[in-house]
Design a protein around this ligand. Structure first.
Ligand code: HSE
Length: 328
């Protein structure tokens, strides 16, 4: 059977997770997809750092090695920041390749444009890994919430912040020690400012808003703060009142169709659907008009949970590909 050729851009925490998953689960993927998966090219900035991988997969610093290889069907993109990720993905889509991305900052700004470009070029774009790590929230909403109108989203969307708040409360760690641990486990970004200042949760909330409401709230309707102002004392005080402090990203949709959003620490009581979401877990609580309330919970950060979301997107994309025309 002709192999399915894929390329990978980036070998950080998430890229390595994808690389390892493709190897560890090679046989399983072959059974699921009906053909072996071959990692044809890995494009990274600094090849010297990845000599061990170079023995198993060709490494390049040049995106042209993906763009001008017509055998490559699907490109996994796992780098940080808007550029060069946005340019690379546009080029890959224009070259007729399906793409799977984990890049929330880029997708929050350019997701709409990339989705339209993918449609024009008759390829698919998977972006479940951008939001809430391993929780299949994007596919759940896009595939399974067609008739329901979602009126409210309340979510924990940053694993690092939730981990820090949990460790500060449960194990009385200082903020900086808990952050160092989150970095050690590969939850935090290379520069954790986006995690602890709430920007990472903001990007993910904007991706959800675009998906659910086909628009993002006006900036003046978004209030935004991170967890850097939370102290051991404030956590203790909340606990004495029977509450837990959670960093919650929420969107409300009013009857007039206006969107308002908030990303902020909130003291929640035992009855709140996000009270029991601990450690690196994320959760998304949806209030929808037909079904009522639903909460999806799972690992929100880390190498394998995020790689899992990318690999599932990849499998879904391939399952939707038209069958090849038999050679007569
Ligand atoms: N730094 C992110 C987090 C990684 O902690 O949630 C997953 O997007």
């Amino acid at each position: 059977m002709k192999p399915i050729q894929v390329a990978l851009i980036g070998l950080g925490t998430v890229g390595c997770g994808v690389y390892q998953t493709l190897h560890i689960h090679k046989q399983r993927l072959e059974i699921v997809l009906g053909a072996p998966v071959e990692l044809t090219t890995v494009v990274i900035e600094n090849p010297d750092k990845h000599q061990r991988i170079a023995e198993k997969a060709p490494i390049s610093t040049d995106i042209s090695d993906i763009l001008y290889n017509p055998e490559i069907d699907v490109v996994f993109e796992a780098i940080n920041g808007k550029e060069p990720a946005f340019t690379y993905l546009k080029q890959c889509i224009q070259a007729g390749k399906h793409v799977v991305t984990a890049n929330k900052e880029m997708f929050a700004s350019h997701g709409r444009e990339l989705k339209e470009l993918a449609k024009t070029n008759d390829v698919q774009i998977g972006y479940d890994a951008t939001t809430a790590g391993g929780i299949p929230i994007i596919q759940t909403i896009s595939q399974l919430f067609r008739a329901n109108q979602i009126q409210q989203v309340q979510a924990i969307l940053n694993g690092t912040s939730n981990y820090i708040l949990t460790e500060m409360r449960e194990n009385k760690l200082s903020f900086s020690t808990a952050l160092k641990q989150a970095q050690k486990w590969g939850y935090a970004e290379a520069d954790p400012t986006n995690d602890i200042e709430g920007y990472d949760a903001f990007y993910k909330l904007m991706i959800l808003s675009e998906l659910i409401y086909d628009k993002q709230p006006d900036p003046e309707n978004i209030s935004h703060s991170g967890i850097t102002g939370i102290t051991g004392d404030s956590i203790e005080k909340a606990q004495q009142d029977g509450n837990r402090i959670k960093h919650i990203a929420s969107i409300n949709y009013d009857k007039a169709g206006n969107l308002t959003a908030a990303i902020e620490p909130v003291a929640v009581s035992k009855e709140h659907p996000l009270y029991a979401v601990e450690g690196v877990d994320n959760a998304i609580h949806l209030k929808a008009d037909i079904v009522g309330d639903i909460t999806l919970t799972g690992p929100g950060a880390g190498s394998f949970p995020t790689a899992s979301a990318m690999i599932e997107d990849f499998c879904l994309i391939l399952s939707k590909r038209p069958a090849p025309i038999p050679i007569s």
